[in-house]
Design a protein around this ligand. Sequence first.
Ligand SMILES: *Cc1c(COP(=O)(O)O)cnc(C)c1O
Length: 376
Amino acid sequence: MYTSTEGKEGAPASAVIDLRSDTVTKPCAEMRRAMAEAEVGDDVFGEDPTVNEIQRRAAQIFGMEDALFVTTGTMGNLVSIMTHCRVRGSEVLVGDQSHLYFYEQGGAAQVAGVLPRSVKTLPDGRLDLQDLERQIQHGYPDVHFAKTRLICLENTHNRMGGRVLPLSYMKEVRDIADRYGLKVHLDGARLINAAVSLGVEPVEIVKYCDSVSLCLSKALGAPAGSLLGGTAEFIAEARRNRKMLGGGMRQAGVLAAAGLVALRLARENLTRDHQNAQTFAKAVKELRSPLCSTDPDTVESNMVLLALPGKLAGEELCEQLGAVTSEEKQDGGGVAVKALPISSQHVRLVWHRDISAADTQSAFHKLASVLQKYSK
Ligand SMILES: *Cc1c(COP(=O)(O)O)cnc(C)c1O
């Protein structure tokens, strides 16, 4: 059985340490209480007070006019693209390693009828700005081309290991967008992680964007829900698109109530997650294993990417981490560490609220013992 330590200091390590994703967190006692006691109404009529409250709170956090509670980050991104690109023949520029391009089934094309054109993603999650600018089709483009209307950024960057985009870069993208009359959408599934990492308020990041989406169900630890921010006009249209996509929920206040708790606890939880990830990365570096390495300088939020240059493949490492050997059992336990290979040469580990400092240490010892077995 999974035993959660709820990340308390000094708590015993779990028998199963799940570092596959920060989506695996279960709602804490405070969230469950808030859900049980939430005041609710029909949100399609705009009458759910708890949904209205989280939307007001989100607008404040984003520094934007209005916000909308949506089912998922995927829906937030899709609704944003549909809302920004209402005119047929529109194109959106997205990173080739972005969640939007890589993991959302091409929803922009499949559902919204918008052409996603990919731009090279650099190892730190930024888009190559020369490539970006070269691809823009503005004004009255040649009849062969769709017209670019939107640029999408991702901060923190998921596939690049939780990298945080510098504010100076956000401004550079804004300047390019303004030069060509384009909108900027930020996939901020982990926006608060980025803000905590940079030591700024989220509004300092969001101010360069026309819209933003934030996941409550990732590192923030709520069971479901995302928030979309923008101008009042944008959100009014986004609300229509949300309904069309089947995202008009009724007494959604039970979910929003958990989200409000998640927002309140965010800074404290994410600060601890980032510290745990950093501690783990430094310990891995000190191992100096030829099979597995990571650079703590690139660990900027709650993720660690393990690079596997040699004979140990990502899939195999994950299998070994997840298995408890009979010797380990005899020695009185042994932990299983769950992790995901994102390619045969990379394994991703994600910290979250249900992982304590003690879990972090146990996970490291497990990795070290697996690596030792392979180095023989
Ligand atoms: C998880 C994620 C999403 C999608 O969120 P869901 O709630 O799983 O649909 C979008 N963007 C990024 C960067 C993500 O990590």
